[in-house]
Design a protein around this ligand. Structure first.
Ligand SMILES: Cc1ncc(COP(=O)(O)O)c(C=O)c1O
Length: 378
């Protein structure tokens, strides 16, 4: 039997409907979307249709969507590209819980003389909007605050921070790689200028993503090349991947309400079943303001990696890094004020569209049995 897959925040399977939408662009259509003959025009039409589908899901205009290779590239383009276009502003504001795809481009800019500040989070893994806004400066170029954290699922107060930032002429970027398709994401409601999308977190394939760039936002491309994607992302378009992302956005819009309610119920069942079998089990992150599919828990007195190693029938993750002789806890978990030793007991369980009740119960029972063995109770 296949292990129960509870690692959808790492990557989702490709939706069969997405695959079907992509198939003609792998098997039948070929050519270059920039060509003016019929072959090129067919690809161009498919790309523009997909652009409209992505825009529709986030409430933007189609021309505000730039296709990329995924979340990492979108974050790099947003952060490095927008800062390059505003050279007079030398300060960047982000948070301590961002993905490396945000932290590293910020660190790179810091190495080039920019001042970078990281807003802290509270015990539930949430930035305090007023505190973050208090770090804004007259020379802040950009605020980058993720919409939801992939490890804890905690949703961030992007809207509140954006109001303060935009009042001071500061651009706002949000990494929505983990939130799009799981909760409502509307660019105007969030008040963002830039928003990152990753295909493989929302049932499209790996290797495609998008960046929303609000009309009128100055931004420089990272790559030098031809004029694709309004000059922001040169390189012949990945038509099949783009079509897949468009189809994934249509599906997400259609199933979001029902799936988020269904997955929240299953996730809460998982939590109750685990908590009733593991005394001292603790929740990481915000109890309510959290992605409906995400459950991050700390098992007492054991290592999450050791625990998962005993669970052959379960695919999940810990966030901790394993080195030769020691384990390093996830910085996202310790940022909430949790001691390293306790943080190492973390296991993240992230549900998806294929998650079913019997598999959830089985996963809980496996984890509880493994914990009993490790903690010397069983
Ligand atoms: C919040 C967040 N941003 C960015 C990324 C990177 O996206 P990609 O793998 O598409 O480059 C991830 C992937 O884990 C993520 O969780």
């Amino acid at each position: 039997m296949e292990p129960v897959y509870l690692d959808h925040n790492a990557s989702t399977p490709v939706d069969p409907e997405v695959l079907e939408a992509m198939r003609p662009y792998l098997a039948e259509h070929y050519g270059n979307p920039s060509s003016t003959h019929a072959y090129g025009k067919a690809l161009r039409a498919a790309i523009e249709r997909a652009r409209g589908q992505v825009a529709q899901l986030i409430g933007s205009e189609p021309e505000e969507i730039v296709f990329t290779s995924g979340g990492t590239e979108s974050n790099n383009l947003a952060i490095r590209g927008s800062v390059a276009a505003r050279p007079q502003r030398r300060h960047l504001l982000t948070s301590v819980i961002e993905h490396p795809a945000t932290l590293r481009p910020c660190a790179l800019l810091q190495g080039r003389g920019y001042a970078v500040e990281h807003a802290a989070v509270d015990a539930r893994g949430q930035v305090v909007a007023g505190e973050m806004a208090g770090l804004l400066r007259a020379d802040t170029a950009l605020v980058s605050l993720m919409h939801a954290n992939g490890e804890t699922g905690t949703v961030q107060p992007v809207q509140e921070v954006a109001v303060a930032a935009r009042a001071r002429g500061v651009l706002v970027h949000s990494d929505a790689a983990q939130s799009l398709g799981k909760i409502e994401v509307q660019v105007d409601q969030l008040g963002v200028d830039l928003l990152s999308i990753a295909g493989h977190k929302m049932y499209a394939p790996v290797g495609v993503g998008a960046l929303y760039v609000r009309g009128g936002t100055a931004i420089e491309p990272l790559l030098a090349g031809a004029g694709h994607e309004r000059g922001l992302r040169p390189g012949t378009e990945n038509t099949a991947g783009i079509v897949g992302l468009g189809a994934a956005c249509v599906i997400a819009g259609r199933v979001l309400a029902a799936e988020s309610a269904r997955q929240r119920d299953l996730r809460d069942l998982l939590w109750r079943r685990l908590a009733s079998r593991v005394p001292g089990l603790a929740l990481n992150g915000h109890a309510e303001q959290r992605l409906p599919n995400t459950l991050s828990v700390r098992f007492p007195a054991v290592s999450g990696n050791a625990l998962l190693a005993l669970c052959d029938g379960l695919a999940a993750s810990t966030g901790s890094a394993c080195h030769a002789a020691c384990e390093t806890p996830s910085a996202v978990i310790t940022a909430m004020g949790i001691a390293d030793r306790d943080a190492l007991g973390t296991v993240r369980l992230s549900l998806g569209r294929a998650s079913r009740r019997d598999a959830i119960e089985q996963a809980a029972d496996q984890l509880a049995a493994a914990w009993n063995r490790l903690a010397g109770r069983g």
